[in-house]
Design a protein around this ligand. Structure first.
Ligand SMILES: *[C@@H]1O[C@H](CO)[C@@H](O)[C@H](O)[C@H]1NC(C)=O
Ligand SMILES: *[C@@H]1O[C@H](CO)[C@@H](O)[C@H](O)[C@H]1NC(C)=O
Ligand SMILES: *[C@@H]1O[C@H](CO)[C@@H](O)[C@H](O)[C@H]1NC(C)=O
Ligand SMILES: *[C@@H]1O[C@H](CO)[C@@H](O)[C@H](O)[C@H]1NC(C)=O
Ligand SMILES: *[C@@H]1O[C@H](CO)[C@@H](O)[C@H](O)[C@H]1NC(C)=O
Ligand SMILES: *[C@@H]1O[C@H](CO)[C@@H](O)[C@H](O)[C@H]1NC(C)=O
Ligand SMILES: *[C@@H]1O[C@H](CO)[C@@H](O)[C@H](O)[C@H]1NC(C)=O
Length: 506
């Protein structure tokens, strides 16, 4: 029998009310269940591995990009230059081995002019002619030229802006007071043997490395060729239903972001939404680089490895404005699904207090524009508790906890066999995930994982079993999962390659 009109209206009203209540709570009715099977689109933000390797080729003097860590051994004392006490004092030349205090991080001013930053973050400068590391302010510091020996680039001189070369005058005194030099002999106190201890290769390094004239054109070329419409088509036709897209904070001031970043990232994100809609995909916007850097890694656009985000309220408010901007822009797109407020905050530099403050404000900024978007909160890397965000997340409807499960970075995986890695997924990862899965708390998201490991000589079948194990276990995450990444220089981190070659079946 047909329902009469009034009953139908009441029934509909009840249904709609019930539906809105359900959709605003954490859980969803079973028959509406949708789980994200996503791929990360590393490349929206350029970083080593997630861009064409040739992107670096044209940078002049590319040994010396921002953040390059130099160690300098005096040929006369046979010892390393060192910021005494790690910084805040003089530079000495009396250390027999090099690690933190003996490492100088570069800030690139142009291809042959640099500032040097020491362990405790001070910049190297001059006190008269003596070389010191006391200023916390970059502009109060000295700039230096690095002059390489023409036929041996590991032998260098360093020229200060007073026009004089640095010399290890004694083990305890480094000064900038030599003008005439000749030859590169081992008796010359102005000669140092340089070792590059570490490099950073993220978007800061690429854009500042190319400089304001060339960077815009290089980035434009990258955005128009690295991930294109056809990739969204491929995602949609291979069992995936979403993409997690990492972006940098400066996207909110596109097309004129602060130097060295260049305009165009917002247009690239607009394209992603357009293509996602065309192929029926959802998008998770992921703030991968927050102002000051939330983890010091190159992929959060740290200039020199330092981690400053969250130490000031301004860095938090600035990030909230980015969330507000992006949510306002995309809230009406049918592909807009979730906003991840901050990727991989690192403990102990980022504290739970900083995150609680930011996540609450970021959540409110999303809700100003969307009642339905999921808001993803990331667990911290480093020493932290798996449920430390629950007191906050429990009170936030449609919130999600993101965990990143890699069997590769931690040394516990060093000597594991293929089978042990697979068992680890079915046992340990499974209980870690269970541990954070609750019936009425936040949903769970394995926002990054990869079918790569430390196993040597693994067979294709090993990889297939390993990826299947992860799909089985991470498929139980109540929000879903996202593979890192669609395209990557390493084939196992390149989902496109993994799918095409039968290493993974979604
Ligand atoms: C630099 O910063 C450190 C740590 O915040 C502080 O102790 C020191 O006084 C500062 N130095 C100067 C010269 O401002
Ligand atoms: C370059 O200099 C380093 C440091 O003095 C030395 O060990 C190395 O043998 C030199 N290389 C060449 C090709 O001369
Ligand atoms: C190096 O010289 C400084 C300054 O005189 C001194 O404080 C420090 O103990 C010396 N370090 C070594 C390892 O000799
Ligand atoms: C892995 O094996 C090597 C060589 O036997 C050993 O030195 C290392 O400590 C082992 N690593 C772990 C985490 O057990
Ligand atoms: C995995 O879990 C088992 C059982 O709880 C535990 O004994 C083992 O130490 C864990 N393995 C690692 C590598 O953490
Ligand atoms: C489960 O969570 C508790 C509390 O946060 C933590 O102490 C414990 O180590 C976790 N266990 C696993 C297997 O992750
Ligand atoms: C991997 O294979 C190479 C070449 O077949 C062999 O020399 C090496 O010992 C193998 N390594 C392991 C860990 O089995």
């Amino acid at each position: 029998m047909m329902m009469n009109c009034v009953n139908l209206k009441i029934w509909l009203l009840n249904f709609v009310t019930l539906f809105s209540i359900l959709s605003l709570s954490h859980g969803r009715p079973k028959h509406l269940e949708f789980r994200v099977r996503a791929v990360n689109l590393g490349g929206w933000l350029v970083t080593e591995g997630w861009m064409k390797p040739s992107l670096f080729d044209e940078i002049s003097n590319k040994d010396f990009l921002d953040g390059t860590a130099l160690q300098l051994k005096s040929v006369t004392t046979g010892k390393y230059l060192c910021a005494e006490s790690g910084g805040g004092s003089i530079i000495v030349a009396n250390r027999t081995a090099a690690s933190g205090w003996e490492t100088f991080r570069l800030w690139r001013i142009n291809e042959d002019t640099f500032r040097f930053r020491v362990f405790n973050k001070q910049f190297v400068g001059l006190d008269g002619v003596n070389v010191v590391a006391v200023s916390n302010i970059s502009t109060d510091s000295e700039t230096f030229h690095i002059v390489k020996e023409s036929d041996n680039s590991s032998r260098v001189r360093i020229k200060a802006s007073n026009g004089h070369f640095l010399q290890a005058k004694t083990e305890e005194l480094v000064s900038a007071d030599v003008s005439g030099v000749s030859g590169w002999g081992n008796d010359d106190p102005t000669v140092f043997v340089m070792t590059i201890a570490a490099r950073l290769q993220g978007e800061f390094q690429v854009t500042n490395g190319y400089g304001p004239t060339k960077a815009p054109q290089v980035m434009k070329e990258h955005w128009s060729s690295f991930i294109v419409e056809n990739d969204f088509k491929l995602i949609g036709s291979n069992g995936l239903n979403a993409a997690r897209i990492p972006v940098g904070w400066w996207i909110a001031s596109d097309p004129t972001p602060p130097s060295p970043y260049v305009g165009g990232s917002l247009h690239a994100l607009d394209n992603a939404f357009f293509w996602a809609q065309k192929y029926g995909l959802k998008i998770i916007i992921d703030i991968h680089a927050a102002p000051g850097s939330q983890n010091g890694f190159q992929h959060s656009a740290s200039r020199d490895g330092s981690q400053e985000w969250g130490k000031t309220d301004e860095s938090i408010h600035q990030t909230v404005r980015v969330i507000d901007f992006l949510t306002a822009r995309y809230a009406k797109s049918p592909s807009f699904y979730a906003v991840e407020l901050l990727n991989e905050p690192l403990a102990p530099g980022v504290t739970v207090e900083m995150l609680n403050k930011y996540f609450k404000l970021g959540y409110e900024a999303v809700r100003k524009h969307s009642l339905t978007a999921y808001v993803v909160l990331s667990n911290r890397l480093g020493p932290s508790q798996p449920k430390e965000l629950f007191p906050l997340a429990n009170g936030l409807a449609r919130s999600v906890i993101d965990v990143h499960y890699y069997n590769i970075f931690d040394d516990v995986f060093e000597n594991m066999t293929a089978q042990q890695n697979i068992d680890f997924i079915y046992n340990n990862r499974s209980s870690q995930l269970n541990n954070i899965t609750t019936s009425n708390g936040p949903l769970t998201f394995v926002g990054e994982w990869v079918a790569d490991w430390r196993v040597k000589n693994a067979t294709k079948e090993d990889f297939q079993r390993f990826s299947k194990a992860q799909l089985d276990v991470f498929g139980r995450a109540t929000f879903g999962w996202a593979y890192w990444a669609l395209k990557n220089a390493n084939k196992y981190w390149n989902l496109e390659w993994m799918i095409k070659n039968g290493y993974i079946k979604i």
